[in-house]
Design a protein around this ligand. Structure first.
Ligand code: DGJ
Length: 729
């Protein structure tokens, strides 16, 4: 049983294969958090709580004269607001009389078979035989008719516990929801580090590790998207934890909008960890009878360091988050024209690019930005999703036929959520763009943002997109989003509901994607937001791959893909071979290295292959063969980080689930005169089984490779790379 409940119905222990999570409703019905960590027997752990009067820690009325009982120091599952816990609250309510108070007490529980779903939002789902289990705990607010349902989904094999909350107003008067986080975990003891992933456009998801002390460590986004600046995922870990050893806890938000996540030690040394929708610009009116569902947090614990945690997330995301025809199906190798042409193309150029790519074995042409409306630069045309038949010398249907006749799949770029003021759509519906009456709107890339919360906006987009998908039999859509969102004003919303718009925007985006996918079940969606500005588990529920970054420089990609790998599988990362000098950095790297780096992603090309040498064309064929050869490893295998960015020899690898094969990629990022030996770590091979290494033909037991690694016979030159395979013999 994944969910174990004590006979008095007060203690709840959630068990995965390797972790346990325990909470308990105490004598005053406060839901205490007692344990999260390595698997233990389901015994009551209330004695872990040390009680003393710490001073200036008030006591709830039920405590009577017991000054040691205080919400201000207790570890809780649902910390309320304004009633004596002075730490960060999780759910904040304003009542009809203007008071701000929320005091939650245990009321009842229910166990449900299978994973829970969240209306309109992504959630980890059951597959076939593998069913999660759900515990729903209902908490009552002591002085109002608000109920909060705490959802816990247990995925035993993946060692994942999912969390969300649903806040229901069962009263007769409206209540304002001012803050509604999705999870709170109070770690009673221990010193911790927090690892989060910061970045910027073209340089996303760089890990930063800081100690958690008494000042709050917090990341977040109020950009309307999960953002390039901070990814909505973080790791709380033992300060001594490494890739291979130590306790670590992952928190990963399955949501693509504003978020906050952080950790802070309190006065008694307890560490409170939280994640959820950012409370800035969030204010939800819960009218009588209304309910609000928060997005899902995916929590996972590993006692085996970051690598163990990564494997758990990769398995969960591949199996229980990604959906659709391409969940496990082989993704087509694509050629994208963006860096080859930017806006400067016509049909002839595109067909030539496709023909050459096809000759070399590439499977899909992706026509990027610029095929619609008046769109010869990024200043106009967004919203006018009608083929520019002059530029394309005919209809999209005709181009689609030509590409399909080559035997290639055909993909198309859209940026549905955006509108240029210089567009027919804007001229017809200026009020569809987000802007506050009486204020000049902020422009990002010279564009405004459509109000995706409005049904007629979504209806227009659905009609336009689906008609083009039908006409040209589109196989793939790259769904881009190229600015942050501000100037929020919903023309249809009453003033008191303006604080709902950021969230309603995300719900609108999800709804449109869901509708398109339901109608075009074979469609492959690739997410994108100026590269990796919306790379999150929420988006992966709709798009099983996301363009990882607008930075295609193979050396910068080592850092970006390294950071991305902590939570997200390689098969979700869009990665292409592009031209040199690289358009973002000016760096020149060998064609082979660019291929090796992109092979650890969804793989494709983003250059005009008519312009490369005969030797490079030959390399394309070899890379495609390598893509096939290693696909099972890169897309379904276990991922190992074998070096860190900044090391002169970067390395990472994949091991097949049955441990019969492995591959390791190494890239030299720096060289010195009179070079020292270059040594590569190897991990994950089975002890007691023999493996031959493709680099030197030597056979060793897995234990030897795992502990001794591989010394290169010849030192690699700057930016040179190797792809090495281990096969069981
Ligand atoms: C940003 C994307 O990340 C690029 O790949 C490209 O599609 C451009 N937008 C097109 O405007």
């Amino acid at each position: 049983m994944a969910i174990q409940i004590s006979s008095d119905g007060c203690t709840f222990t959630l068990q995965t294969e390797k972790s346990s999570y325990q909470m308990m409703a105490d004598a005053h019905d406060v839901l205490l958090h007692l344990y999260y960590g390595r698997k233990i027997a389901a015994e009551n752990l209330e004695e872990r709580i040390f009680r003393s009067d710490v001073g200036f820690a008030g006591n709830p009325p039920e405590a009577g004269e017991d000054r040691t009982y205080s919400l201000d120091v207790l570890p809780q599952e649902l910390p309320g607001s304004g009633v004596g816990d002075y730490r960060e609250d999780m759910v904040r309510l304003y009542h009809a009389d203007g008071s701000c108070a929320a005091d939650f007490r245990f009321e009842s529980y229910e166990v449900q078979e299978g994973a829970y779903r969240i209306p309109g939002l992504p959630a980890a789902y059951d597959t076939g035989e593998e069913k999660g289990e759900t515990l729903v705990i209902t908490m009552r607010e002591t002085a109002s008719a608000v109920k909060v349902k705490l959802y816990y989904g247990v995925f035993e094999k993946e060692n994942v516990i999912t969390r969300t909350v649903c806040i229901e107003n069962q009263g007769k008067e409206a209540v304002i929801l001012d803050k509604a986080l999705s999870c709170n975990v109070d770690f009673l003891f221990g010193n911790w580090d927090l690892i989060y992933f910061e970045g910027r456009h073209v340089m996303e998801r760089i890990p930063e590790r800081v100690p958690v002390r008494h000042a709050k460590v917090e990341i977040g986004s109020i950009r309307g998207t999960s953002s390039h600046q901070y990814n909505p995922a973080m790791i709380l870990c033992d300060p001594a934890a490494t890739e291979d050893f130590g306790s670590c806890y992952g928190f990963c938000f399955a949501y693509s909008g504003n978020f906050v996540a952080g950790a802070q030690k309190d006065q008694i040394g307890l560490t409170r960890v939280q994640m959820g929708i950012h409370p800035v610009q969030f204010r939800y009116t819960l009218a009588a009878g209304e309910a609000f569902f928060a997005p899902q947090v995916l929590m996972s614990y590993s006692s085996e360091g970051f690598t163990g945690l990564t494997h758990q997330y990769h398995d969960l995301i591949r199996e229980h988050i990604c959906r659709g025809a391409y969940k496990h199906a082989k993704r087509p190798v694509l050629i994208n024209n963006w860096e080859a042409t930017y806006f400067d193309f016509d049909k002839e150029k595109i067909v030539k690019i496709a023909q050459q790519a096809h000759e070399l074995g590439i499977e899909m042409l992706v026509l990027d930005d610029g095929w619609f409306g008046k769109r010869d630069s990024d200043n106009s045309g967004l919203g006018d999703w009608y083929t520019n038949e002059k530029k394309m010398d005919g209809t999209m249907g005709e181009l689609g036929d030509e590409i399909h006749a080559l035997g290639m799949k055909f993909g198309l770029w859209f940026e549905p959520e955006m509108i240029n003021e210089d567009s027919d759509l804007y001229r017809a519906h200026p009020d569809w763009a987000l802007r506050i009456p009486g204020r000049e709107p902020n422009r990002g890339r010279d564009q405004l943002v459509l109000d995706m919360s409005r049904s007629e906006v979504r209806e227009y987009l659905y009609e336009r997109i689906s008609s083009i998908l039908n006409e040209a039999k589109i196989d793939y859509v790259k769904w881009d989003m190229n600015r942050s969102v501000c100037d929020l004003f919903g023309h249809e919303l009453p003033p008191e509901r303006m604080g709902e718009l950021y969230h309603r925007f995300v719900l609108g985006v999800y709804e449109l994607k869901e509708r398109l996918l339901a109608h075009f079940p074979q469609l492959l969606l690739e997410g994108c937001s100026g590269g990796g500005g919306r790379f999150d588990a929420g988006m992966l529920y709709y798009a099983p791959q996301i363009w990882c970054s607008d930075n295609t420089d193979a050396i910068n990609r080592l850092t970006i893909q390294y950071g991305t790998s902590f939570f997200y599988p390689a098969g979700t990362m869009g990665a292409h071979v592009s031209a040199v000098p690289n358009h973002q950095t000016g760096r020149v790297t060998p064609f082979t290295t660019r291929g090796h780096v992109a092979l650890s992603g969804t793989f494709g090309y983003e250059l005009d292959l008519n312009l490369v040498s005969a030797e490079e064309k030959q390399m394309v064929k070899e890379q495609l063969a390598e893509f096939d050869r290693y696909y099972e490893l890169t897309h379904e295998g276990d991922y190992y980080r074998l070096a860190k960015p900044g090391e002169a020899l970067m390395a990472w690898g994949f091991v097949a689930k049955d441990q019969s094969r492995a591959m390791v990629t190494v890239v030299s990022t720096d060289v010195e005169g009179n070079p020292l030996a270059q040594h590569v770590s190897v991990k994950g091979l089975a002890e007691g089984r023999n493996y031959r290494c493709s680099y030197n033909g030597i056979v060793h037991d897995g234990s030897v490779w795992n502990n001794c690694g591989l010394t290169l016979k010849k030192v690699l030159k700057e930016y040179e790379s190797l792809l090495i395979e281990w096969t069981e013999v």
